[in-house]
Design a protein around this ligand. Structure first.
Ligand code: SIN
Length: 489
């Protein structure tokens, strides 16, 4: 039984997800739309947890070309260069948009916007808010703006349960409350970090958006590239979601050290490089620490209040103690393959944010480029939808949905061990053997199968994909797949 309220949205653009990717599309659209979210205040979104901020070339000596160059270098030969140039070019106006929408970005003593330095950026380039609470500040300002915009209808307690298509077109969306007939759906469902044993993102994000899009026939791209953030806090209660210690801490001068205080890596190298360096030390039995005790001007706790709170909860004082750290799954560069308008290969289905794969990130995302991508591409998607709206064609009859099951069995340990920082053909095959039999009935297993399948086929090491059995870089070609490419279980 469909809730009559859902039926009243027949033919409207339906946005699924309430992080920056969904909010940006909603706010940029000119027509009425409905935004659906499982949680009332975007709690389940990665935006809410983002610490670093948004990268944009607004510094006095910076240019979008420099930002593009850093993005391409971090992406290790697999970025879509046209997308990189277009998004980095749009960075400065994206910052103006955030200011216009009321986001209280931090300023320095002279009143200019303050900029953090993060890994693999050639200069300070990241605007931020609340010290280390950029995502939470951005999300709350945008949610307030959404509340004040009457053409945006927000429904909470609703998650995606399926995409209905007829004759190769998206024709409706199954959500918890029933069915919405529409030929315009924007997936902004976020990450798949919850597939791993340790992640910095909300655990409920297990790649369901990718799984539903794949089942509906959409093409997926760059699925093998999963980014591990080098510094999650390795202390406190054993838990799957690990508190992040922002790259801005290393950007402010905090070194990574071993037990004896010795440095062992270039702290601001691209993330994949730093994560592998830490993983190698941990494998050798060392403990790795981030030392934030010696900042000039202001102590750690004044610069990074949210991280300080997380450290206190784990019984650590970052002003006086070194912080034990460990890499944790943080961001998926792959996802639903989209073009420069955010369109997937299934007409009527757009994707934005981490669930999408635009080609901006290549094999390794440059820090703080994801909020920029979500904001800028959200605008492009809205413009595309407003420019091409067509009257709703009545449905033949929505086929009954075949829901994914929710088994209690979990893949997290296998994903961590076989599709983590270091990979090997044998382990990837073992993962695929376990995941594939469940893939048609269990969304996380379908997404995991695509990650394993893509990683198996990339017989080289590049960016965040490191094969112990193929340690050199060989083929700078992007891979993409649809459901029919997966072997049947
Ligand atoms: C961080 O603050 O280190 C995370 C920023 C990002 O993932 O882009």
């Amino acid at each position: 039984m469909t809730d009559p309220l859902l039926s009243s949205y027949t033919g409207w653009p339906v946005i699924i997800g309430s992080g920056l990717a969904g909010l940006s599309v909603a706010l940029h659209l000119k027509q009425p739309c409905v935004l659906l979210s499982p949680h009332p205040n975007g709690e389940g979104s990665s935006t809410q947890l983002a610490q670093g901020g948004m990268a944009a070339a607004i510094g006095p000596d910076d240019t979008p070309e420099d930002h593009a160059r850093d993005t391409l270098r971090a992406g290790a030969g697999l970025c879509d260069e046209a997308v990189v140039r277009a998004i980095t070019q749009a960075g400065p106006s994206a910052v103006e948009t955030l200011l216009r929408w009321g986001v209280p970005l931090a300023r320095d003593e002279s009143g200019s916007l303050a900029l953090h330095l993060e890994g693999a950026h050639s200069r300070p380039r990241v605007v931020y808010a609340g010290g280390d609470q950029s995502g939470a500040y951005i999300a709350s300002s945008l949610r307030e703006k959404v509340r004040a915009t009457s053409r945006i209808h927000v429904l909470t307690g609703q998650s995606l349960e399926g995409l209905h298509h007829e004759d190769g077109l998206l024709r409706g969306v199954w959500v918890s409350g029933g069915f919405i007939p529409t030929q315009c759906c924007i997936l902004a469902t976020g990450s798949c970090g919850g597939l791993y044993r340790h992640t910095t993102i909300p655990l409920s994000n297990k790649g369901m958006g990718i799984a539903h899009a794949a089942l509906a026939g959409a093409r997926l791209g760059d699925m093998e590239f999963t980014q591990f953030h080098p510094t999650s806090l390795a202390a406190g209660p054993t838990q799957t979601r690990r508190p992040l210690i922002s790259e801005a801490v290393r950007g402010a001068g905090g070194p990574l050290v071993l037990e004896n205080g010795e440095r062992f890596t270039e702290e601001l190298a691209p993330r994949d490089v730093v994560s592998r360096a830490i993983a190698a030390q941990l494998k050798d039995g060392h403990q790795v620490y981030l030392d934030g005790r010696h900042f000039k001007d202001r102590p750690f706790s004044a610069r990074f209040p949210a991280i300080t709170k997380a450290c206190h909860a784990a019984g650590l004082d970052p002003d006086t103690q070194r912080l034990p750290v460990k890499p944790a799954m943080h961001y998926h560069m792959g996802g639903i393959a989209v073009d420069h308008h955010g369109r997937s290969s299934l007409p009527g289905l757009w994707a934005n944010g981490e669930v999408a794969c635009t080609g901006l990130h290549g094999a390794n995302r440059l820090a703080s480029n994801s909020l920029l991508e979500a904001l800028v591409c959200g605008k492009w998607i809205a413009e595309d939808i407003d420019a091409h709206s067509t009257p709703f064609i009545p449905l033949r009859a929505p086929t009954p949905r075949v829901p994914f099951l929710s088994p209690t069995w979990t893949l997290n340990d296998l994903m961590e061990e076989q599709a983590g920082i270091l990979r090997h053909e044998d382990g990837l095959r073992a993962l695929l053997e376990k995941a594939l039999p469940l893939a048609r009935h269990y969304g996380p297993a379908l997404t995991a199968s695509f990650i394993a399948w893509a990683a198996l086929h990339r017989k080289e090491s590049r960016g965040s994909h490191w094969r112990e059995d193929a340690p050199t870089s060989r083929s700078p070609q992007r891979q993409s797949w649809t459901l029919v490419d997966l072997p049947s279980a």
